[in-house]
Design a protein around this ligand. Structure first.
Ligand code: PLP
Length: 428
């Protein structure tokens, strides 16, 4: 038995499924998870000292690689001042200024502790602001595990065959309308019928929780148009795409401006941080300025702010995202060439520093139905054989992959060499 297997057995006695977030359990991958001990740059090191080239990046935050010395240094510098004060601190305004400068649609921002809190609070704000209950989301989009949004969600929920969750009251879920991603006609038709009851649309502007599915031309534009027409709030959930697809997020990349934006992952530099913000006229309705309640004991934590600011200052360096995107493109193109040569039905999709690998004979995957129609068994075999080769991919066919600026050309080449071996073995 490996050390990881022993640790997993022990964890399962006390922690449901042995993990504190379901996807980490490798369920559906026919093997137990690898326990990691430390991480550096593009690499994870497991408890037996084996090195992996990592394309998960702690599910997004590690965009400059693990244990970035600038991020660690910023945390170390503040550590001796104390962990949390429960009072205002100047560094929270430094963070707010930085976010609003990098994402110009955000006039004001409130810090929270996770992406889930960001989307939950943004939806409450949209409902309170409009005085309407109904919300629109898209099948396969995941916005965290808050009740209203855990309806036909992607990634973890799909991997485990639970498209929605028991415990979400039907009386709440009935206010959540779920439409197909990349289907502007369905959005138009829905708003035509009940637009005056809809508080908001919440969308992943690049879907990253049903693998990686970029928006088709006119999809995001249609969302903007119907929200304007019906005075509904457009919320971009940029927890994954923010600071990754482009410096200003997917909204900068695709040129569509939401009313509210949700952030997480990179904004905390690896610490538990989320944020939501947007138009001043909407944000001014949040407590204590307005009546819509939202709060957090540890929100705006100074160490977390220090980590996040240090990371954001690195990703706003000129040329950062072009280089990141180029690295992801090199990986995707290399995988495609090798899959084609081996006669494996596989395609890749990419948006900036995020990418997806689909085992399908189709030329494109645009929505949840198409994502779930891909060959799950082929993905499982690919994932497992790549792991054996020291390449750490997300243990689910419904998660995007993440490139970091720490991935050197040699790391990408080593990944492609491993894939070539694995594709050959999959054909036998
Ligand atoms: N929104 C998106 C797009 C996400 O990908 C995630 C998490 O993966 C969340 C929200 C929830 O964030 P958290 O896990 O920090 O609660």
């Amino acid at each position: 038995m490996t050390t990881s297997a022993q640790l997993f057995e022990r964890a399962c006695r006390r922690i449901p499924g042995g993990v504190n977030s379901p996807v980490r359990a490798f369920k559906g991958m026919d093997r137990s998870p690898v326990f990691m001990e430390r991480a550096q740059g593009a690499y994870l090191f497991d408890v037996e000292g084996k090195r992996y080239i990592d394309y998960v990046g702690s599910w997004g935050p590690m965009i400059t690689g693990h244990a970035d010395p600038d991020v660690l240094g910023a945390v170390r510098e503040r550590l001796d001042d104390g962990l949390s004060f429960g009072t205002p601190t100047a560094i929270e305004t430094d963070m707010a200024d930085l976010i609003c400068e990098m994402i110009p649609s955000m006039d004001m921002v409130r810090m929270v502790n996770s992406g889930t809190e960001a989307t939950m609070s943004a939806v409450r704000l949209a409902r309170g602001y409009t005085g309407r209950d109904k919300i629109v989301k898209f099948e396969g989009n995941y916005h965290g595990h808050t009740d209203s949004l855990l309806v036909k969600a992607g990634s973890g929920a799909v991997t485990h065959g639970e498209p929605s969750s028991p415990g979400v009251p039907a009386s709440l879920a009935e206010h959540t309308i779920t439409l197909s991603y990349n289907d502007p006609d369905a959005v138009e038709a829905c708003f035509e019928e009940i637009g005056d009851q809809i508080a908001c649309i919440i969308v992943e502007p690049v879907a990253g929780n049903m693998n990686c599915i970029p928006p088709q031309p006119d999809f995001l534009e249609t969302l903007r148009r119907v929200c304007d027409r019906h005075e509904s709030v457009l919320i971009f959930d940029e927890v994954m795409t923010g600071f990754r697809v482009a410096m200003g997020g997917a909204q900068a990349h695709y040129g569509v401006t939401p009313d509210l934006t949700c952030l997480g992952k990179i904004v905390g530099g690896g610490m538990p941080v989320g944020a939501f913000g947007g138009r001043r006229s909407i944000m001014e309705n949040i407590s204590p300025l307005g009546p819509i309640y939202q709060a957090g004991t540890l929100a705006g934590n100074p160490l977390a702010m220090a980590a996040g600011i240090a990371l954001l200052n690195k990703v706003r360096e000129p040329g950062f995202h072009d280089a990141l995107s180029q690295r992801a493109a090199t990986l995707c193109e290399g995988l495609q060439t090798r899959a084609d040569a081996a006669g494996i039905d596989m395609i890749t999709q990419q948006a900036g520093g995020m990418f997806g690998i689909f085992f399908t004979g189709q030329s494109r995957v645009d929505n949840f139905a198409q994502a779930t129609a891909c060959d799950g068994d082929a993905f499982r075999r690919f994932f497992s054989a790549m792991l054996d080769q020291g390449i750490y991919l997300a243990p689910s066919a419904f998660e995007a992959g993440f490139m970091s600026s720490a991935h050197a050309p040699e790391d990408i080449q080593a990944t492609l060499d491993a894939a070539e071996t694995v594709f050959a073995s999959m054909n036998q």
